[in-house]
Structure formats: structure tokens, C-alpha cells
Design a protein around this ligand. Structure first.
Ligand SMILES: C[S@@+](CC[C@H](N)C(=O)[O-])C[C@H]1O[C@@H](n2cnc3c(N)ncnc32)[C@H](O)[C@@H]1O
Length: 139
């Protein structure tokens, strides 16, 4: 299946919205040092688009055997476009369901808290992202 990397020419022009191909995301994640994958390490994608990085980070954490709700709670994303945030949340939600997580209320609560619509160049948005994993806060 062909990967769609843009939504419209106008969005490319206005937002620089070109998504990273899955294979390239994988290659970039492969370059991270092992300590990045400790269970309590957090990731922030400040222009997450439709979640191409977020979903692969989540999938890797799950494949490594991290507790699913902890894995989800340690991943943060921001995008200025609401439809991109909806899509990122949906994709992450689906991965959690595929991984056998049944408590979707908790999953949705974590996603609404961690994956947010906003301007990442605005300090107020950045400060609203709690980049510290606190066990049990949401999960
Ligand atoms: C080049 S795309 C990359 C998307 C994603 N990181 C990826 O690699 O697939 C840039 C993204 O940044 C978003 N964006 C542009 N300006 C932004 C801003 N000021 N704050 C947050 N997101 C922004 C766009 O909506 C778009 O989804």
C-alpha cells in the first residue's frame, strides 16, 4: 500500500506538513541509544503530525515488554492541527487495543492529557505538557 505523506498542497505550504515515511522513522529510532528505551524515559514530539513517530515509539515500548499504560503515559505529542491530533490519538488507541488493553477509558484519559493540539512555539503550550512520568498519575 502506498504511504500518504501529505494532506494538501495548501497545508504543505502553510504548515510544512509532510509526514515522515514509516521506514525512515524506524531507521531514526534505531539510532537512539539503549538508555532511551528504559521504561520511564519520556518522548516528546513537538510537531507530531498524524503520529508517525508516536506510534512506532509506542509499538517499540510494548514490544520490549513495558507495561502498556506506562508505555502510553511516557509519550507526548503536540500538533497545531486538531485533525492530526485526532488521528494520532486514534492510531495509538488502536495499538493499545491490539495489545489487549481493555480499559479504554484510561487509555483515552492518558491520550487527552499527553497528545495535545497547540502551538509548540508558544511557551504556554509547551509548559502545559507534563514531561515527567509520575507512576499512577493517569494510568
Ligand atoms: C513536517 S510535518 C512532520 C509531522 C511528523 N513529525 C512526521 O514526521 O510525520 C510538520 C508538522 O508540524 C505541524 N506544525 C506546524 N507548525 C506547528 C507549530 N507551531 N506547533 C505545532 N505543530 C506545528 C504541522 O501541522 C505538521 O503536522
Amino acid at each position: 500500500m502506498t504511504e500518504t505523506l501529505t494532506k494538501s498542497a495548501a497545508r504543505v505550504k502553510e504548515l510544512g506538513e509532510v509526514f515522515t515515511p514509516a521506514t525512515l522513522v524506524g531507521e531514526m529510532l534505531d539510532k537512539l541509544p539503549p538508555e532511551c528505551w528504559l521504561p520511564d524515559k519520556t518522548f516528546l514530539e513537538p510537531s507530531c503530525g498524524t503520529g508517525n513517530f508516536l506510534v512506532q515509539i509506542l509499538q517499540r515500548k510494548l514490544d520490549m515488554g513495558h507495561p502498556p499504560l506506562q508505555a502510553l503515559s511516557t509519550i507526548y505529542g503536540i500538533d497545531i492541527m486538531a485533525d492530526n491530533i485526532d488521528e494520532s490519538r486514534q492510531r495509538m488507541c488502536q495499538i493499545m487495543a491490539e495489545h489487549g488493553v481493555s480499559d479504554m477509558q484510561r487509555v483515552l484519559r492518558i491520550l487527552e492529557h499527553n497528545i495535545i493540539c497547540g502551538n509548540a512555539l508558544d511557551a504556554a503550550t509547551l509548559h502545559s505538557v507534563p514531561l515527567q512520568y509520575i507512576p499512577g498519575r493517569l494510568g
